[in-house]
Design a protein around this ligand. Structure first.
Ligand code: ADP
Ligand code: MG
Length: 444
């Protein structure tokens, strides 16, 4: 006899385990198990391999007995089957997208959900835009274009939309892909002459989630195909969400492509403020089953401010260190680990020439040109950037600094500083270039 609400007992077992195991343990061992059938006599579980079966029996027999039918005292009545898919797939098979999109094939990171996305003043807008799209795919902003710096949660939000649609609009066919993967797919399909199949696949989607579109820059051969795909989906009111490290207007892509991307809503994801960073740290810690006093979270969040991924890195180090050494989590240990992480060797004093060299390598020009009197924009602009950085980073008189630029005056230097300073507040490309130069200088 099949139990009433047969899947319920299994679901209750999973819930019980989820509360008592770490998130990663749960993801690795429990999430891949499927309960195929549950009767009063036995339960049939599909597992990806025999290790999962052994793990379950060795570690959770008692708990299994609480929820599932028994075949003897302390002996759960379970029949295991190893999932077919894994057995049949030869290792050498080339990956090719299925013609009918399968929602389970949308590779979404389990942790990247809206519930796990901490909101603050700098990401509130983009989060509610993403949620709006997830609630009514194809009917609100289309496409939704999310841009912002590295490690600020773009991929997280993209996947959160995927999870939400998967849960609430079960019939929608979702595909989540990075731009790199899309290009690779395209190359494979061109090579194997299956491009029509690929086109059919993409054009039959309800939701396309595409990450890191900046990688399409300088890959002009592929732009048309992506653009056609976008147009076809947008014309059918199918939802597209795109992420990028820059806004559309600053991407080196065709006007047609930029126009398509600007068609819907362009939203920026900003750097989280201190309070939000603390909340993120505490949330991430709780997901790992790790307790972190708020004073310690503040210490970390005060020192790491530009990148949430880095924030997580610090937390992981702290957790590993304290667990390994069996020590309580204190501010002192946090300071020690942070100083190791953020240590910048200050062996050599920074010179104007160091700055010029670094600016030249980022802008791909020669130092002699930068120091010349050329007014061509390609030279004059990097020169101004170098002047800006020199004034920012070098403690010396303006006259002395400006003379290192082939005898420019200090008012030229001040003018350059002011111009770049103002431009930096609006120009994300420049922000990144300056960031890159600063990084080069730190590791010189
Ligand atoms: P990006 O794609 O912008 O480079 P990711 O989405 O990969 O960044 O985010 C990097 C890490 O930071 C992920 O682990 C993500 O979960 C986390 N993260 C970023 N922003 C938030 C947030 N607001 N709340 C919770 N976690 C966040
Ligand atoms: Mg990303």
């Amino acid at each position: 006899m099949i139990l009433e609400n047969s899947q319920e007992n299994w679901a209750q077992f999973l819930e019980f385990i989820a509360e008592r195991s770490s998130a990663s343990e749960y993801q690795n061992w429990f999430a891949p198990i499927r309960c195929i059938k549950l009767t009063s006599e036995e339960v049939i579980l599909e597992v990806p391999n025999v290790f999962v079966q052994e793990y379950l029996l060795q570690n959770y027999k008692k708990e299994l007995c609480l929820f599932l039918p028994l075949k003897g005292p302390d002996e759960p009545s379970i029949r295991f089957v190893i999932s077919e898919q894994k057995k049949l797939e030869p290792a050498t098979k080339l990956p090719s997208p299925p013609e009918t999109p399968d929602n389970d094939a949308a590779k979404l990171n389990t942790f990247y959900t809206f519930e796990n996305f901490i909101e603050g003043p700098n990401n509130q807008f983009v989060k509610s835009a993403a949620l709006g799209v997830a609630e009514r795919p194809g009917k609100s902003y289309n496409p939704l274009f999310i841009h912002g710096g590295v490690g600020l949660g773009k991929t997280h939000l993209l996947h959160a939309v995927g999870h939400h649609i998967r849960a609430h609009h079960k019939k929608n066919r979702i595909h989540c892909i990075t731009t790199e993967e899309f290009i690779n797919d395209l190359v494979d399909n061109l090579r194997s002459k299956t491009i029509d199949k690929m086109k059919r696949f993409y054009r039959s989607l309800d939701v396309l989630l595409i990450d890191d579109i900046q990688f399409l820059q300088n890959r002009l051969n592929f732009e048309d195909e992506i653009c056609n795909t976008f147009e076809s989906l947008l014309n059918q009111s199918k939802q597209i969400i795109i992420t990028s490290d820059k806004p559309p207007s600053q991407l080196k892509l065709s006007e047609r492509m930029v126009a398509r991307m600007e068609w819907g809503l362009v939203a920026n994801i900003g750097i989280p403020d201190l309070e939000t960073r603390v909340a993120i740290l505490q949330h991430k810690a709780s997901l790992k089953g790790f307790q972190i006093p708020s004073s310690v979270a503040f210490v970390i969040a005060e020192h790491i401010f530009q990148n949430v991924r880095q924030l997580e890195g610090a937390l992981n180090r702290l957790a590993a260190y304290c667990r390994l050494m069996n020590m309580p989590v204190t501010e002192e240990i946090a300071h020690k680990l942070l100083s190791e992480m953020l240590l910048v060797p200050k062996s050599k004093k920074l010179s104007v020439d160091d700055i010029i060299k670094s600016v030249c390598s980022v802008f791909e020009i020669r130092s002699t040109d930068l120091k010349s009197s050329s007014r061509s924009k390609d030279i004059a602009f990097p020169r101004q950037v170098a002047m800006y950085l020199a004034k920012e980073l070098i403690q010396d008189s303006l006259i002395k600094i400006s003379s290192s630029f082939g005898g420019k005056t200090h008012s030229t230097l001040l003018h350059a500083w002011k111009k770049i300073h103002e431009q930096l507040s609006q120009d994300e490309t420049l922000q990144r270039q300056v960031q890159m130069i600063r990084k080069n200088l730190e590791t010189r």
